[in-house]
Design a protein around this ligand. Structure first.
Ligand code: HEM
Length: 182
């Protein structure tokens, strides 16, 4: 994945946990604790999964919990780190934004030509209920999507409930039921 994600993970640990824990994580992965990830370089996905694995051990949290917490953080982080205006362009409420999420990642693709972006299909059942289907070449990131959705609800000031079993359906999609304003 693009280094921007690993930069986000590093920031997440340093700001939400501590520099000391970041140093320990780097130690375990044989990374320099002052490692500088380049936002626009592509790193092996394994590094990102390894980071999540070691964080899960260090913080005694399930990997799914780490991913969810990182997802919540990611919306705030990108919002504050130069992508807030980009997000504003694609919607100022949950449903509009979700409908535009593919276009937003496509826009990122102009800066990041090797992006393997996720794909989302939105089924609007009513103004308070959405079924979201998430498609990805990658495994195991469903809990991160849950966190991202919670992060978006914080951004837009809309209370939500998210339900998902995180299992892939026949066409590969993972379903999320989102109840808005509950
Ligand atoms: C401005 C905000 C955002 C930026 C800059 C951004 C950028 C990125 C980047 C660089 C990747 C790595 C993909 C790769 O390297 O192949 C990624 C992956 C991903 N993004 Fe975003 N993203 C943003 C917001 C969101 C939001 C709000 C969601 C969902 C609600 C989302 C869902 C995902 C998912 C699920 C992945 C993992 C890739 C996969 O599933 O295969 N992103 N994004």
């Amino acid at each position: 994945m693009y280094g921007l994600i690993n930069i986000g993970i590093k920031d997440f640990i340093i700001n939400r946990v501590s520099k000391k824990v970041w140093s320990e994580i780097c130690n375990d992965l044989e990374l320099d604790r002052d490692v500088v990830f380049e936002a626009l370089n592509v790193y092996d996905d394994k590094l990102t999964y390894d980071l999540v694995g070691v964080i899960s051990e260090k913080l005694s949290l399930e990997p799914a919990e780490v991913l969810e917490r990182f997802g919540i953080f990611w919306v705030q982080y990108t919002g504050a780190e130069g992508y807030g205006q980009l997000m504003d362009l694609f919607g100022k409420d949950m449903i509009t934004f979700l409908k535009n999420l593919n276009s937003m990642h496509a826009r990122m693709g102009s800066m990041m030509p090797n992006l393997k972006a996720p794909r989302f299909v939105v089924e609007e059942l009513s103004k308070n209920e959405v079924d979201l289907y998430y498609y990805s070449e990658r495994e195991g990131l469903g809990p991160m999507v849950k966190g991202l959705l919670i992060g978006l609800s914080n951004r837009f000031g809309q209370e939500i409930e998210v339900h998902s079993h995180f299992n892939r359906h026949e066409d590969g999609g993972i379903k999320f039921k989102i109840l808005i304003g509950v």
